[in-house]
Design a protein around this ligand. Sequence first.
Ligand SMILES: NC(=O)c1ccc[n+]([C@@H]2O[C@H](COP(=O)([O-])OP(=O)(O)OC[C@H]3O[C@@H](n4cnc5c(N)ncnc54)[C@H](OP(=O)(O)O)[C@@H]3O)[C@@H](O)[C@H]2O)c1
Length: 339
Amino acid sequence: MKPSSRPVRWGVLGAARIAQRFVTAARTVEGCEVVAVAGRTPGKAAEFARQWELPNAYESYDELLADPAVDAVYVAVTHNFHAEVASAALRAGKPVLCEKPLCVNASQARSLLQLAEERGLFLMEAMWTRFLPAMRQAMEWVRKGKIGDVRQIRADFCFQVDYDPEHRLFNPALAGGALLDVGIYPLAFSSMVMDGAAPREASSLSLPAPTGVDAQTGLLLAYEGSVLALLTCATQARAEQRAEILGTAGRIVFPGYFPGATKVELHRYKEKSVLTRDFPHGPGGGFEYQITEACTCIREGRLHSSLMPPSESLQLAETMDRIRAQIGLRYPFESAPAS
Ligand SMILES: NC(=O)c1ccc[n+]([C@@H]2O[C@H](COP(=O)([O-])OP(=O)(O)OC[C@H]3O[C@@H](n4cnc5c(N)ncnc54)[C@H](OP(=O)(O)O)[C@@H]3O)[C@@H](O)[C@H]2O)c1
């Protein structure tokens, strides 16, 4: 798509639960329209289109990808299909915003990045947290040295849901498990603070669900520069889902649900001060910032966002591969151990 001022017209691949949030948020973004949805489950796309008043519904992803009225696609399928569906979109010439995690493993992520590069098309993992004003504020404080040198990063994304072996959170065929589904948030948070650097060392312990995917995982990462990260994720334990960045002169605290942060605090040790900044979500629920970024990049002909580049998504996939090798989690469709 050439640089232009006309709206970016999105197609949604997967009549997914999360796609409802995408459509709600997209409607609050200037220069953005959702014009089509595709769902492979019979009748689902038509019902989604009716409910959300979208002009077009397709029962195959290929039909949506062939629609010239679609400028870009949002990939909202289960993890196991991300690489395949995002690749099909790129081959059809559509820029891609793909739900997290970008891919199940680094091998898939590498191929996807290469394809996007070859085709000269935008690709971004929909790590919505990264684009929230509260996160941007925190990173401004870090970069301005408000907390001194970063020493530790802490983040938890733990929740508890009823166990259902067929659910995408537990089903190995859908690449379920806490690490890929929610562990990606603390990992991406840590990576954001470290400007996308890979951890030098990564240790993990995990407790499996009956299906064999991880139900709880604890991570300990060490980065160059004497920074330690303590991260947890779970689908079978409730936590406050806080995050903190500890520095030599102070600390930054996300006191509530950090993946959708609306508040951030700057604690300074010497001054004994606490500065709190609130960033309440509007009707877009916080999803709108990533959509705005994707639309801007696509309109300007940029191939990636500097805030969440695909190279960092690859680094995250490599880190998750390292962790999965430690906890012995290989998905049934993976022929070789995660590498
Ligand atoms: N950013 C966030 O806050 C957030 C929150 C939740 C989820 N997510 C991400 O969004 C993606 C979708 O999650 P979701 O909760 O929306 O998933 P979902 O509604 O359970 O499923 C998404 C789509 O995947 C396909 N699908 C689901 N189960 C399947 C199965 N057993 N076999 C074959 N296809 C199946 C269906 O596609 P069709 O419609 O084509 O039939 C379905 O509409 C995941 O990548 C997840 O990590 C992000």
